[in-house]
Design a protein around this ligand. Structure first.
Ligand SMILES: Cc1cc2nc3c(=O)[nH]c(=O)nc-3n(C[C@H](O)[C@H](O)[C@H](O)COP(=O)(O)OP(=O)(O)OC[C@H]3O[C@@H](n4cnc5c(N)ncnc54)[C@H](O)[C@@H]3O)c2cc1C
Ligand code: FES
Ligand code: FES
Length: 471
């Protein structure tokens, strides 16, 4: 079966191209649609930004900006892909393009199509009154080296004042192609968990692909072709969010953007961390399930899940088990999953009375940067005494890991600055971090120790002079 999708509203069908081709290569080399640019080819610069248009359950249009350099052709099956060539109609530019010209938002122009697509997605989705923070967040995944951002931000204000438009009101929704093949490559897009689990039995080495923000790099940078891909994005059971008074359950294929509201409501600090994962382009594709599957020692959500005592529902055909997040990671990028198992959902207990949660991400840049250290703390204080304490660090060991010595030192002690300084000294008993290009071992130890103090000041509502802020 071939891949079917709309490109700027026009039906396209491709059967003679590898499904592992990136959408960026497809646009530039096959469609000769060269408005979409290639900069870094690894999700960092935004030059390749395109918009995926779909409809939500209430038939409202969605316009999600994504990086075409990380997106595989097989991922756009059934979608409507909007590129810069598709904006405006009958020779009339889109409001975003007009505003970029009028405000002088472009000089060399290389980054411009990417900015235009990010702003187009913002114009189509911004409900609230705009402010600088919303615009900066929308543009954090786009780099411009020569215009400077002020005129681009001004263009954003002007274009968004125009408001959203339904640009494809009559577009027929396409069914997802459940199986695609090209030469020796096979791609499956199951829609139910049963089908997915059967595929995992038949193809235990098949590559599970959720958002592809990690796996896409292998196609983009290494030019790899994948023999068997199994997409999880269309599996109903994996794309649900369920919330009760006691718990929040997030399907493994729910994207960061989709889970942001629920996570922020239950754990505001975790929500702020999510907004610092990659860029909006990355968050529109990437999933917590993928972050767990990657099992990176610097995966940002993992210390949060461990400190919050989350568990994963892990399933294979005919069996299901619950695994605590802290037992799941065994060694560097090694997990307890066997080849026929998948992560179905992540179950997070809600905070109890007296419990507070904070997470701090230390990186060289505020936006769009990988962490040097992440620290997630769950603290329970009664009558000024610490009766519960879970501290988990990322970037300090081969896996995200609890600081058990530090926890022991603080438990049962008075909640005081002196005691937090003492806890910080125990960090060296818990970790022997590596030095790499992000941070030295010594820096990591110092910063981890200081984060206990920061936690104290943060929860004590003291002015925090160490707070890193975005400008
Ligand atoms: C530019 C850029 C910036 C980034 N910034 C950050 C950042 O700030 N913080 C951070 O933590 N990460 C960051 N990442 C990494 C990446 O975005 C995250 O790890 C993301 O959560 C991966 O999710 P995904 O859905 O895209 O995973 P995919 O690439 O689809 O999959 C990743 C792995 O998980 C496995 N997997 C997926 N779903 C399941 C499942 N249901 N069961 C079992 N295994 C599964 C896959 O087989 C694969 O091995 C960044 C990546 C890029 C390219
Ligand atoms: S080319 Fe840089 S983000 Fe895709
Ligand atoms: S206009 Fe030249 S890089 Fe942005």
């Amino acid at each position: 079966m071939s891949i079917r999708f709309h490109l700027n509203g026009e039906l396209n069908q491709e059967s003679s191209i590898s499904p592992s081709t990136t959408v960026l290569d497809y646009l530039r080399l096959i469609q000769m649609a060269t408005g979409t640019k290639e900069g870094c080819a690894e999700g960092d610069c935004g030059a390749c930004s395109v918009v995926l248009h779909s409809r939500d359950d209430n038939n409202k249009p969605k316009y999600e900006v994504v990086n075409s350099c990380l997106l595989l052709l097989s991922q756009i099956d059934g979608a409507n892909l909007i590129t810069v060539e598709g904006l405006g109609s009958n020779g009339v530019l889109d409001a975003v393009q007009e505003a970029m010209i009028e405000k002088g938002g472009t000089q060399c122009g290389f980054c411009t199509p990417g900015f235009v697509m990010s702003l187009y997605s913002l114009r189509q989705t911004s409900k609230k009154t705009l402010d600088d923070d919303i615009i900066h967040d929308a543009l954090a995944g786009n780099l411009c080296r020569c215009t400077g951002y002020r005129p681009i931000v001004e263009a954003a204000y002007k274009a968004c004042a125009f408001g959203p438009t339904d640009d494809f009101p009559d577009l027929e929704a396409l069914e997802v192609t459940e199986q695609q093949h090209f030469e020796d490559e096979l791609v499956f897009s199951p829609t139910s968990l049963d089908e997915l689990l059967r595929l995992k039995i038949n193809y235990p080495d098949g590559l599970l692909l959720a958002g592809g923000t990690d796996l896409g790099l292998r196609a983009s940078k290494n030019r790899e072709r994948f023999k068997v891909i199994i997409h999880t994005a269309h599996v109903t059971e994996l794309t649900k969010i369920e919330e009760t008074d006691d718990s929040l359950e997030i399907g493994a294929a729910v994207t960061y953007s989709e889970s942001l509201e629920n996570i922020t409501r239950a754990y505001p600090s975790f929500g702020r961390l999510i907004t610092r994962i990659g860029s909006r382009q990355i968050r529109n594709m990437g999933t917590i399930g993928g972050n767990i599957g990657t099992a990176s020692p610097i995966g940002d959500t993992l210390p949060c899940l461990i400190s919050l005592n989350a568990s994963f529902e892990i399933v294979s055909e005919g069996s299901s088990r619950a695994e605590r997040a802290e037992d799941f990671f065994i060694d560097y990028r090694e997990t307890s999953l066997n080849p026929t198992e998948i992560i179905k959902k992540i179950k997070l207990p809600k905070l109890k009375k007296n419990q507070q949660f904070r997470v701090y991400k230390i990186s060289k840049r505020y936006d769009q940067d990988i962490s040097s250290v992440v620290a997630a703390f769950l603290v329970e204080i009664e009558n000024d005494v610490v009766v519960g304490f879970r501290a988990t660090f990322g970037g300090m060991a081969a896996i995200p890991k609890r600081a058990s010595e530090c926890e022991k030192v603080l438990l049962g002690k008075e909640w005081s600055e002196e005691n937090m300084l003492m806890v910080g000294k125990a960090v060296e008993k818990d970790f022997v971090p590596l030095s790499d290009h992000r941070a030295s071992s010594n820096y990591r130890l110092k910063v981890a120790a200081n984060l206990f103090l920061r936690l104290y000041r943060d929860l004590s509502d003291q002015e925090d002079l160490l707070e890193v802020v975005a400008f």
